[in-house]
Write a protein that binds this ligand. Structure first.
Ligand SMILES: Nc1ncnc2c1ncn2[C@@H]1O[C@H](COP(=O)(O)OP(=O)(O)OP(=O)(O)O)[C@@H](O)[C@H]1O
Ligand SMILES: [Mg+2]
Length: 238
């Protein structure tokens, strides 16, 4: 059974259709990438699923619960985590405390929250930076911290918006490793929004969905999608 089921999802901004009758599903434990050029609608899809924006029409069912119209904090509690394209760590707080804030979304118990944060800081390999302030961290580490904070909320599904953008090759490799471990070691489903077709990202995806002007133009395994003519023309022109 699907963990996430999106049906005929549409979002209009005035005359612009940012997401156009989009349907897809995510099975528990699966890593799906949504790829598409600039402005394709990837971030909007994530905003709709997490309740930051309201769908014009369509259905979003997560774990049997209809999410359309729910507030972001309720959706987070239901088990949908996210990271933002423009990362927003809590400035002035240490790496550990940033993760602790995530854990407190799951529990009001201080000891339990600390235990969760300790587990997550180890899992995300941020332990050596535990007392560092979030402000001064390089972009790759800030992105990792944001994933850690989201992970501490205990998601079943995590939406990763542009996880790879701005990362150097080493940081990209490390990010890919971490995303693989989300699935393989924790069984967490992920949907990764990716602007550019990158072989590395394709290699971690069980399935790839291609968006162009808000519409799904292809879906399949990474091999199927990269062989698709429409995909090639969306990226490279005719
Ligand atoms: N709040 C908004 N108001 C009006 N138009 C918007 C709004 N948010 C997004 N759009 C438009 O919707 C379309 C989809 O944008 P979106 O940010 O979802 O694309 P994206 O695939 O995430 O792009 P990028 O690769 O640049 O992150 C774009 O044309 C964008 O200009
Ligand atoms: Mg975006």
């Amino acid at each position: 059974m699907s963990l996430l089921e999106v049906r005929d999802l549409t979002k209009r901004f005035g005359g612009l259709v940012a997401v156009d009758s989009l349907s897809f599903s995510v099975v528990a434990g699966e890593t799906v990438s949504i790829i598409g050029p600039n402005g394709a609608g990837k971030t909007t899809v994530f905003n709709l699923i997490t309740g930051f924006q309201r769908a014009t029409s369509g259905e979003i069912v997560f774990d049997g619960m209809n999410l359309v119209g729910s507030r972001p904090h309720k959706i987070a509690l239901a088990g949908v985590g996210r990271t933002f394209q423009v990362v927003k760590p809590l400035r002035g707080l240490s790496v550990f405390d940033n993760i602790l804030v995530g854990a407190f979304a799951r529990t009001g118990d201080r000891e339990e929250a600390r235990r969760i944060a300790e587990d997550v800081i180890e899992f995300t390999e941020l332990a050596r930076l535990r007392d560092a302030l979030a402000d001064g961290l390089p972009i790759g580490t800030r992105k990792r911290l944001e994933l850690a904070r989201s992970l501490a909320t205990g998601p079943k599904l995590i939406l990763l918006d542009e996880v790879m953008s701005g990362l150097n090759p080493t940081e990209s490799r490390e990010a890919i490793e971490l995303i693989k471990r989300l699935r393989d070691e924790r069984g967490i489903s992920a949907v990764a929004g990716v602007e550019h077709v990158m072989q590395v990202v394709m290699s971690i995806s069980d399935r790839v969905i291609v968006l162009n002007h808000g519409r799904k133009i292809a879906e399949g395994t990474p091999e199927e999608v990269t062989a698709d003519r429409e995909v090639i023309s969306a990226y490279l022109g005719e």
